[in-house]
Ligand binder design. Structure first.
Ligand code: DHB
Ligand code: FE
Length: 286
């Protein structure tokens, strides 16, 4: 059966794409952010995941405010990117794995999650940037299942629901008949607000509380309503929901192998984490 080896959480600010295109990784503005990645590169080289199951939010490339699924799962053989208007170069495509997508869609619906199934899906900066950060300078050596969570148009799903979605997806991955190694990705956040009177709002204390609890006891975060999260993390800081789902999918014993936190990148508190997931059975055997 497929094995979940770990999880990565990372910010997906579009300006990072511009910094990559211009080779600004060592520029004083960018270095503290990009310094969060060599540890992840080392781990990826060692662990070599075959598949990435990625929780992120679409920003208007697939779904606009007129039709916006709460949860959407891609089931395409390939996911192209297109110009989103940020001025960043259009990325190459990501390869899909439809047989795993359908396995996850079936499991999600069986577990009472109403899923929009997408046999065609584009990927935006919320996936192209994290994948390019993890595997810089070329093709991504993985196949992906993109899972979209609505963090854009209220009403948004609750923290509890996103944690449960992650758990359902994690359990389903572990029944996928394959010896593939699976990495879970959650993108966006942490605290940021791009518009309105609080544009530029960042909350370091809340971000720390979230990162600490995500490792040890993610259920603690379910006491925050989505409106609490908007208040504490900013209106786009609710992208935290993608991180919560990522953590939910880590079904074993979770340890934080790496954390980087830097304020700001653009208007965002930029965070990068790496979690290792030891299967519970392996722990018992040890
Ligand atoms: C920014 C952050 C985001 O999450 C996003 O999707 C777009 C822009 C920013 O900080 O500029
Ligand atoms: Fe975003």
């Amino acid at each position: 059966m497929a094995r979940i080896i770990g999880g990565v959480g990372t910010t997906h600010v579009p300006a990072i794409g511009m910094a990559i295109a211009k080779g600004l990784q060592n520029d004083p503005y960018w270095k503290p952010f990009f310094d969060g990645f060599p540890a992840i590169h080392k781990w990826l080289e060692r662990e070599r995941p075959d598949i990435v199951v990625a929780f992120s939010n679409d920003h208007g490339l697939n779904f606009f405010l007129d039709k916006l699924p709460t949860f959407a799962i891609g089931a395409a053989p390939e996911y192209r990117s297109e110009d989103e208007g940020w001025g960043i170069p259009v990325s190459h495509a990501a390869k899909g794995i439809p047989e795993l997508s359908w396995h996850l869609i079936n499991a999600a619906v069986e577990n009472d999650f109403d899923i929009t199934m997408c046999q065609e899906m584009l990927i935006d900066h919320a996936l192209t940037i994290p994948l390019s950060l993890m595997w810089p300078g070329g093709d991504w050596p993985v196949r992906i299942v993109p899972i979209g969570i609505n963090t854009v148009q209220h009403p948004l799903p609750s923290v509890r629901r996103c944690l449960e979605l992650g758990r359902t997806i994690g359990r389903a991955i572990e029944t996928f008949p394959s010896d593939a190694k699976v990495l879970i990705l959650g993108t966006g956040g942490l605290s940021h607000q791009l518009d309105g009177e609080r544009a530029g709002f960042i909350n370091k204390e809340f971000d720390k509380l979230c990162m600490d609890n995500l490792v040890t006891d993610p259920d603690v975060l379910t006491r925050f309503s989505v409106h609490d999260v908007v208040r504490e993390a900013g209106s786009q800081g609710v992208e935290l929901l993608n991180w919560v789902a990522m953590r939910g999918a880590l079904t074993g014993t979770v340890t934080e192998a790496h954390r980087n936190y830097h304020i700001p990148i653009s208007n965002t508190a930029a965070a990068t984490v790496l979690y290792e997931n030891a299967p519970v059975a392996a722990k018992r055997a040890a």
